[in-house]
Design a protein around this ligand. Structure first.
Ligand code: ATP
Ligand code: MG
Length: 233
């Protein structure tokens, strides 16, 4: 399997009952690109991300990661078989586990031996600037630190695809911008294909190489971000 992968959606539609939420989405995300999905509340951003994660099945169309079909009408490869990392708005850390055990979890699921696990967890925590916090419980961390733990957990197994759903929405604006810049640097270093859902244009401009505007379940426009200052072409 390739280390990094492109993502292709062909004619992807999704509906809740009679309510069409995504309407024939065609989208190609090149390997290693960081794409922001931007659009107003209710336009289908989280639904599209859930389809990429394997948490929902398309009604129509196909999704491929590299040359691997991961979803088609009525079928979806489950999340644990997709080699993805995910970060959500609410961190979704296990409160009873220490920081290092939270981060180690994806490696345990993949049966990585303990010694290798410890090295990789330590490296992931260093990457997100939390090397000293390994033994703490999430309740002993700030919101920004908890989200860094979730980020370390998402990258520790070196997935092919990273998916983010409004990961900074619970943080205050100053912290949001600094963590967004840190994540942008980290994503460039890792080179992993990433899809980042947000309704914040500023965040999208900082994090992404290109911005996909969704509107009422359709791709409205795709724009390249032309400079590190977040200017949109
Ligand atoms: N479980 C559900 N049952 C029925 N309709 C749903 C369900 N979840 C979402 N929807 C509807 O699907 C549409 C798209 O929802 P989605 O969560 O993808 O939007 P979003 O772009 O992520 O919005 P937000 O920015 O508020 O998170 C909305 O109209 C929403 O009301
Ligand atoms: Mg959403």
């Amino acid at each position: 399997m390739d280390a990094f992968t492109d993502i292709r959606l062909d004619g992807v539609s999704y509906a809740f009952g009679t309510h069409t939420v995504l309407n024939q989405i065609d989208l190609h995300i090149p390997a290693g690109a960081v794409v922001a999905l931007l659009g107003p509340s209710g336009c289908g951003k989280s639904t599209l991300l859930r389809l990429l994660a394997g948490l929902a099945q398309p009604l129509l169309g196909t999704i491929t990661f590299g040359n691997r079909l991961v979803a088609k009408a009525g079928w979806a490869l489950p999340p644990e078989s997709r080699d993805i990392g995910m970060v959500f708005q609410d961190y979704a850390l296990w409160p009873h586990m220490t920081v290092e055990d939270n981060v180690a979890f994806p490696l345990k699921m993949r049966n990585v031996p303990r010694a290798q696990r410890e090295t990789r967890v330590a490296a992931a925590l260093e990457r997100v600037g939390l090397g000293e916090f390994a033994k703490r419980k999430p309740s002993g961390l700030s919101g920004g630190q908890q989200q860094r733990v979730a980020l370390a957990r998402a990258i520790v197994a070196e997935p092919r695809v990273l998916l983010f759903d409004e990961p900074l929405s619970n943080l205050d604006s100053e912290l949001r911008e600094s963590l967004c810049r840190d994540m942008a640097v980290l994503l460039r270093q890792l080179g992993i294909t990433a899809v980042y859902v947000t309704h914040d244009r500023g965040e999208a401009g900082i994090i992404a190489d290109r911005i996909v505007h969704l509107s009422a379940g359709r791709v409205d426009a795709i724009r390249s971000v032309t400079s590190s200052s977040g200017e949109i072409a």
